[in-house]
Design a protein around this ligand. Structure first.
Ligand code: ADP
Length: 348
């Protein structure tokens, strides 16, 4: 019998018994009247039981009840609170300890979550100001130069204005990305699903940025054997945004004269896997687990493209997850990168 697992009533009974038994034996030894000893035993047992029970209830369990109230006020529903109010008197000290320990653990978890959120918020603000700082300072320096020592040559003036305009564009793109990601994170995304052919979307999207690809002489093709049309059911415009971001990355971080390839696979009856591969600079292994975090950029990425925000992959992940699907990345430095995502196959 573990004394820790005794309920208050049992505890009172055993304590009263432990008191009554030796006293009765002592009385019998002194007095030798067994009837009197028996009556004394009954009185001591019953009286002791009620007295100890009263003391336990009023001085110990009342305090424990207070602790429970505090615990469940913060985390239990009203129903649970009432339940514990009536169940508690039947609980043993051991069970009470377990409950409090469970509450403490839960609390600890919440505290850790809060701390992580706080850290996340701090990093987010830091990243945000960092991303805004560069274009704003650049704009400021060009405008100041134009105002103070207005360049003689119209070409130079035009060049400065063009650079200013490019940085304004970058700021606008950054704000649009931020707007997009915050509405995605608030769960405000409304998907308008239709059936469409993956191969057509891939070709159209690449076509729309062919100028960028041509500037680096990068070509695009669908892998051999995957040209036959495959239809999916998804929000076409949102998926176009994902594909566009993947193509833009493959070009930005791709080598001159590189090749981008797409593979379209039927993984099962319900899912289609789309993979976009490049033979560019790749991503070092230590960066891969963080690549879908917002604002995260690799050092090589930063050096190759100063205009990126590090939000593209985070937005893509949100869009794919809003479809109830998954996105993943595989990459080897100096070999290339493959980003794959799944979509629901066309409903028949
Ligand atoms: P952005 O390209 O605007 O910086 P993304 O979220 O699209 O933002 O990408 C995050 C980072 O991941 C990039 O800055 C780059 O460092 C890395 N990255 C993404 N795609 C590729 C790729 N195809 N090849 C190499 N690095 C990539």
């Amino acid at each position: 019998m573990n004394p820790k697992n005794l309920s208050p009533k049992q505890l009172s009974f055993y304590t009263a018994l432990a008191l009554a038994a030796p006293v009765t034996v002592l009385l019998y030894i002194v007095d030798q009247r067994w009837v009197f000893s028996l009556i004394a035993f009954a009185v001591l047992l019953i009286g002791g039981y009620f007295l100890i029970s009263f003391v336990l209830d009023n001085f110990i369990y009342r305090k424990i009840k207070l602790i429970y109230k505090f615990i469940y006020q913060t985390k239990a529903t009203k129903r649970e609170e009432t339940y514990y109010k009536y169940i508690l008197p039947k609980k043993s000290i051991g069970e009470v300890t377990e409950d409090v320990e469970a509450w403490a653990q839960e609390n600890q978890k919440q505290m850790e979550q809060l701390r992580a959120n706080e850290q996340f918020r701090r990093e987010f603000l830091q990243n945000l100001s960092h991303e805004f700082k560069t274009p704003i300072f650049t704009i400021q320096s060009y405008v100041d130069t134009l105002l103070q020592d207005e360049p003689e040559s119209p070409e130079l003036r035009r060049k400065f204005l063009e650079k200013t305009s490019r940085n304004v564009e970058r700021l606008t793109a950054l704000l649009n990305d931020l707007d997009e990601i915050s509405s995605l994170e608030r769960g405000e995304i409304v998907l308008v699903k239709t059936n469409f052919v993956v191969q057509d979307l891939l070709k159209d999207t690449f076509e729309s940025i062919s100028i960028k690809a041509e500037s680096k002489n990068i070509s695009f093709s669908i892998k051999k054997g995957y040209e036959t049309s495959i239809s999916v059911n998804a929000d076409k415009e949102k998926i176009r945004q994902v594909v566009l971001n993947l193509f833009e990355n493959a070009i930005k971080y791709g080598k001159h004269n590189g090749i981008i390839k797409a593979g379209i696979y039927r993984t099962d009856d319900k899912r289609i896997l789309i993979e976009i591969s490049d033979d560019g600079v790749g991503i070092e292994e230590k960066s891969l687990p963080r690549i879908f975090e917002r604002f995260y950029r690799t050092d090589i990425g930063r050096s190759m493209d100063a205009t990126g925000s590090g939000l593209g992959l985070a937005i893509s992940k949100h869009i794919i997850e809003a479809h109830g699907q998954t996105i993943h990345i595989r990459s080897t430095q100096d070999v290339g990168t493959t980003v794959g995502f799944t979509l629901r196959a066309k409903k028949d």
